[in-house]
Design a protein around this ligand. Sequence first.
Ligand SMILES: Nc1ncnc2c1ncn2[C@@H]1O[C@H](COP(=O)(O)OP(=O)(O)O)[C@@H](O)[C@H]1O
Ligand SMILES: [Zn+2]
Length: 314
Amino acid sequence: MSSIRGVFFCPGVVLEWSREQSVRCERRSRNGLSACWPLCSEAVVCGGAPRAWAFWFSSRGGEPCGSRRLWLNLLPFPFLPILMSQAILQQHSSEKPVVVLLGGPGSGKGTHGQALAKSLGYRHLSTGTHFRDHILRETSLGRQAKEFIKAGQLVPDEVTNKLVQTMLGDGGSASGFVLDGYPRSVDQAEALDVMVPLLECVVTQSLYLVVSEEEMVRRLSGRLTCRACGQSFHETSRPPVLEGVCDACGGELFRRADDEPATIRQRVAVFQQVIRPLLEFYRGTGRLLEVAAEGPVEEVTARVIKAAAMVHNR
Ligand SMILES: Nc1ncnc2c1ncn2[C@@H]1O[C@H](COP(=O)(O)OP(=O)(O)O)[C@@H](O)[C@H]1O
Ligand SMILES: [Zn+2]
């Protein structure tokens, strides 16, 4: 069983996270490591990080660590996923980190993803942008994806997985990636975890941008996108200085074909169907952090950057 070891919760306590997703906790005594089974047995039995986390609070299983457990109970909620992500990064220090952005259509993955990539010095990769580029260039991949995108449906996994593999493989000199728009299902998330070691990458963290359904629809309904750099604007809440022109690069702004009302509703419905299991997948592997993503753009961007910086700024 391969495992990641060496996350120090507090002096003397080591959390171990295995690829099989079980979590166990050991107590380091002066004369070496001795297992702290009462603390961890519940976690090992149920075999999942989120339950292990719940276990800290449940206070079942005795008082093996005494005051330490009390201290663990007082930790803020995001502490565990941050530690998990740090541990993954430490264990895979020679691989390129991949931060996954999760969120519905219009949740701001593009805007915050670009800002996050810039702040970490990583490359921002968006499956939606790459698909649109393929469609514009009329490549065979573009032809395969076009009808699905127009209908607000997901492009089939064989096509999408191939695209992502190429995007990451072409990453060249990038020191890491912010992946926006992928994975969008548990199958894709599993495919990503299988694909990344072959590309010398590792998925360290997923950030879920939490936005209500009404807000998503509102944002998409007036969205204008830059053809050159992908930057998003909004007709009323974030208009460009010059009508039809991107503030950032001077490129032409256009309304995406899938930003029409019927397609927007379809995309939001598809998102609601797939998001829950996907969140469970990343929560279950200790890599999920939720970020409140309504409110002023700058504030949300700052929250996203902070969540990733705690793990990736080495
Ligand atoms: N991971 C993916 N799996 C399947 N289809 C995808 C994926 N990423 C993008 N697409 C397709 O591209 C469309 C646009 O994606 P994107 O630009 O991320 O927009 P949004 O998230 O705002 O809907 C999606 O509606 C879907 O048809
Ligand atoms: Zn632009």
